[in-house]
Write a protein that binds this ligand. Structure first.
Ligand SMILES: [Zn+2]
Length: 101
């Protein structure tokens, strides 16, 4: 499966490839090949859903940054990469966990 995400290693908007078995999900940036593993659990599945645009957080970001939607739409093939400069501040914080209220 693929998601469009900001790679924290190369700092480009890229397509991230995700492979998983029943225990581990491997995320690999299709541009710089930086990869990391997360346990394949509910938290990870929620994170992926959010990054794929199904989550409220990503929708809010896209609403405030319509230009980001255009950029993401330009990502089509693994290896595509787009420099975002300046980075929408919303996106920089995209990986923050929601604070418990
Ligand atoms: Zn990368």
């Amino acid at each position: 499966m693929q998601i469009k995400d900001l790679c924290t290693s190369c700092n480009y908007l890229t397509i991230t490839l995700i492979e998983h078995d029943s225990e581990t999900a491997s995320f690999t940036c299709s541009y710089c090949k930086n990869s990391f593993d997360l346990p394949w659990n509910n938290e990870t599945r929620t994170l992926i859903r959010t990054l794929r645009g199904g989550g409220g957080h990503m929708k809010k970001i896209q609403k405030r940054n319509p230009q980001l939607l255009e950029l993401l739409a330009q990502l089509k093939e693994p290896g595509d990469h787009i420099r975002v400069d300046p980075l929408p501040s919303d996106l920089q914080n995209a990986e923050d966990q929601p604070k418990p209220s």
